[in-house]
Design a protein. Structure first.
Length: 125
């Protein structure tokens, strides 16, 4: 144990040049190499770039609940989809169901906001 403590003290007090030499000796004579290191910032950047590449391009607008103002939601569905009053009411009654499919993100967000402003619960998928 005392020998290990002495070795640890020696290792801690090595200069940069001595550490480099030790590293070279370990690589050449024993095949020991340090694993590649990445900073947490690099890891975060790579995760973010991967997520942005995988970001969805089209969204479905799904009504989960009409909330308190069912009539207003039916009217808005009629306006947005071009369906008749009965078909729009059936969509609201069969919630959760898809109202519009394959919309761009901006368009889907806009539609979601319109529905949420009148009390409906909407999900983008």
């Amino acid at each position: 144990m005392t020998d290990l403590k002495k070795l640890a003290d020696k290792l801690v007090n090595l200069t940069v040049k001595e550490v480099t030499e030790l590293s070279t000796i370990l690589k050449e004579n024993y095949g020991i190499m340090a694993p590649p290191t990445t900073s947490s910032e690099e890891t975060l950047e790579s995760k973010l770039s991967l997520e942005s590449k995988q970001e969805k391009k089209t969204f479905n607008v799904i009504i989960k609940s009409s909330g308190k103002s069912k009539l207003a939601v039916v009217k808005l569905i009629k306006e947005v989809t071009g369906k008749g009053l009965k078909e729009s009411k059936d969509l609201v009654d069969s919630a959760p169901t898809i109202i519009k499919e394959s919309l761009k993100k901006e368009e889907a967000e806009s539609l979601k906001n319109k529905f949420e402003n009148i009390g409906a619960e909407i999900e983008l998928n």
